[in-house]
Design a protein around this ligand. Structure first.
Ligand code: FAD
Length: 386
């Protein structure tokens, strides 16, 4: 593996660094200081201003085609941008479930009409997408989902309920899995639907998380009619009845590369190091910081390998489950060490304590780590199911 960057990649890094430095400061001035959490109503609005600044200068979706708002950056450059983004202290991306989860599946399975109409509006933050998969009795066991979409003349009638929909109360559209063949079981007979939330018969009820943010929603469908012809054409992504395959492609992006790039963790490890330099601490703490720092670096190198595989046409498979376990446990570890370093001060609200609270959900969202271990055992190691 060649770990050096070429001249054009170095120039890309310098351009990204300069833009981020200048514009993060501008954004903070505009919103009057440090942003609130993007999972609150007010904070979400602040983050949308930032998303639009990124979009206006083609930094929102660097690797996308120019006509959709990108700058046709390579995946290598995307990794560089992410490193610079978190190094500069860039905020959470409130558009992430659209640009990082749904978009790769739209590129892979969408019609040209869907791509042309959905992607530029998603990149600009004009349409905001949330993920409607989990249901009250279908989380880990996603194939047990019961929400239905029934084909009728001119469209689909939706019934059922989704839950844990991140930022659902602030979004305009939902990508969801629905049972479209009434007697089908498990993974069969599901379709992947793209629906506007402002539809009669759809109710979005926001609710608070344990950390006080209002980032979750339940979405209820009561005879909600979704027409066959939307501004982006059909609401069905991929083939009717083949939703499971499309969903698995989405989870591969979520767990593998796009949702949590290494820049997020290498930047946190560097901040942890700075904290240590400021405060000092016991030898045991020093060891833990070194270990966490090495793990962040290992994740970076592992990601470079994933990118090499992708570029050379070897797409990631079940091993994305191992990646997901790694980044979620690493996130918790980095924050736990920081809290121990801060001592009693850690009890005060601050970026490390807020980050720690969220890191606790890492082993749950994007598929729980217990389930990822099952997948790795069966499909990576080839162990028997029981
Ligand atoms: C912060 C956060 C954001 C989320 N955002 C979204 C979103 O935007 N959209 C969305 O659709 N969902 C979202 N989710 C939901 C998430 O996908 C589910 O919480 C997750 O899939 C687990 O499902 P569950 O909560 O129903 O738990 P369950 O599936 O009921 O699991 C309960 C426990 O049992 C364990 N378990 C279950 N089955 C097995 C098994 N076969 N082997 C071993 N252990 C098992 C689990 O690991 C877990 O510890 C989010 C969750 C969180 C925490």
């Amino acid at each position: 593996m060649d770990l050096t960057w070429n001249d054009s990649e170095l120039a890309f890094r310098a351009e990204a660094r300069a833009w981020l430095e200048a514009n993060l400061a501008k954004w903070r001035d505009q919103i009057g200081g440090e942003p609130l959490s993007g999972d609150t109503h007010e904070g979400f609005a602040q983050h949308l201003i930032w998303e639009r600044m990124l979009f206006d200068d083609q930094w929102a979706v660097v690797s996308w085609p120019k006509e959709y708002g990108g700058r046709e950056a390579s995946i290598w450059e995307w990794v560089i941008f992410e490193e610079e983004y978190y190094r500069a202290g860039g905020p959470q991306r409130v558009t992430q479930n659209g640009i990082f989860l749904l978009a790769p599946s739209i590129f892979e399975f969408g019609t040209k009409e869907q791509q042309d109409a959905i992607l530029p509006r998603m990149a600009a933050g004009d349409d905001l997408w949330c993920q409607g998969w989990s249901e009250p009795n279908a989380g880990s066991d996603l194939a047990g989902l019961k929400s239905k979409a029934q084909k009728v003349d001119g469209g689909w009638v939706l019934n059922g309920q989704k839950t844990w929909t991140t930022r659902g109360a602030f979004c305009t559209h939902l990508f969801g899995l629905f049972r479209t063949e009434p007697d089908s079981v498990r993974h069969k007979g599901l379709s992947y639907l793209l629906v506007p939330l402002e539809t009669e018969g759809m109710t979005v009820r926001g609710f608070s998380r344990l950390d006080g943010d209002e980032g979750f929603a339940e979405v209820f469908f009561e005879d909600a009619f979704v027409p066959d012809e939307l501004p982006y054409g059909s609401p069905v992504l991929g083939e009717v009845g083949q939703g499971w395959g499309v969903a698995m492609a989405t989870t591969s992006s979520e767990r593998g590369l796009t949702l949590r790039s290494p820049g997020r963790f290498t930047a946190a490890a560097e901040r942890l190091l700075e904290l240590w330099k400021e405060r000092g601490g016991s030898e045991a703490l020093r060891q833990r910081i070194v270990e966490a720092w090495i793990k962040a670096e290992a994740y970076r190198v592992q990601t470079l390998q994933t990118v090499t595989n992708t570029v050379e046409g070897r797409p990631a498979g079940a091993e994305t489950s191992l990646v997901k376990i790694w980044w979620s446990e690493l996130d918790a570890e980095l924050h736990e060490v920081a809290l121990d370093l801060l001592g009693p001060e850690a009890e005060l609200e601050g970026p490390w304590s807020k980050g720690w609270q969220f890191s606790l959900s890492g082993p749950i969202y994007a598929g729980t780590n217990e389930v990822q271990r099952n997948i790795a055992a069966e499909r990576v190691l080839g162990l028997p199911r029981k």
